[in-house]
Write a protein that binds this ligand. Structure first.
Ligand code: FNR
Length: 187
């Protein structure tokens, strides 16, 4: 059967460059790979153990279930102050508390886009550290760090205008799908 991947988007704003990347992934996926979007991280309340004690919010449960059912997750996010955006960290904190531990052993790929030169690289290493505790299997290569993203992505038309960026994204999706097939095979 097809490899099913889901995207987790780390930006909330409408004209997000990272949102354009995430929205283009289904069309860039190689044959046999299906990609769909998880719900918005903006739907989740701030993590609070007291809320958790009275029951996980439905949006957290839905996100956790969709991750558990997927063969892999692609996290697409901006870099905020050299790190992971707070709203995304909040979502990961919620999901980490689910007893089903949906990220455990899950193949995960990281993509960042930034108008700056470094393309969000520094935030990727913070995200990798977080994913150690969640026990995810984070893909090493190819890395996707889209620098000078405003010149490669047209937020208005919703297109990735740079052909080499599109090709690179397809390569990473294929690598994640390969990892997901191997994980599924050995499960
Ligand atoms: C940024 N930005 C940014 N860029 C970067 O390359 N490194 C950084 O550390 C930061 N830090 C940062 C902090 C905060 C609070 C904001 C709001 C922005 C710029 C950021 O990359 C830019 O706004 C992107 O366009 C945000 O991603 P989306 O929303 O376009 O996907």
């Amino acid at each position: 059967r097809a490899v099913k991947l889901v995207t987790l988007l780390g930006s909330l704003r409408k004209a997000s460059l990272n949102a354009v990347v995430a929205k283009n992934l289904p069309a860039l996926a190689p044959d046999g790979v299906e990609i769909s979007a998880l719900g918005s991280i903006g739907e989740l309340p701030h993590y609070d153990a007291d809320i958790q004690a009275s029951g996980f919010p439905p949006a957290v449960l839905a996100m956790g279930q969709a991750i558990a059912e997927a063969d892999g997750v692609i996290i697409v996010m901006p870099e905020y102050n050299y790190s992971v955006p707070g709203a995304l960290k909040n979502a990961l904190d919620w999901i980490s508390r689910l007893p089903e531990t949906p990220f455990a052993g899950k193949p995960v790929a990281i993509q960042t886009a930034s108008p700056g030169m470094i393309g969000g690289a520094r935030a990727q290493y913070h995200l990798r550290q977080i994913m150690v505790f969640l026990d995810a299997q984070v893909l090493n290569k190819p890395e996707i760090m889209i620098g000078q993203a405003a010149a490669r992505i047209d937020a208005e038309s919703g297109e990735i205008t740079d052909e080499s960026t599109r090709q690179h994204l397809t390569k990473q999706i294929a690598a994640l799908a390969r990892m997901a097939r191997q994980t599924r095979h050995s499960a």
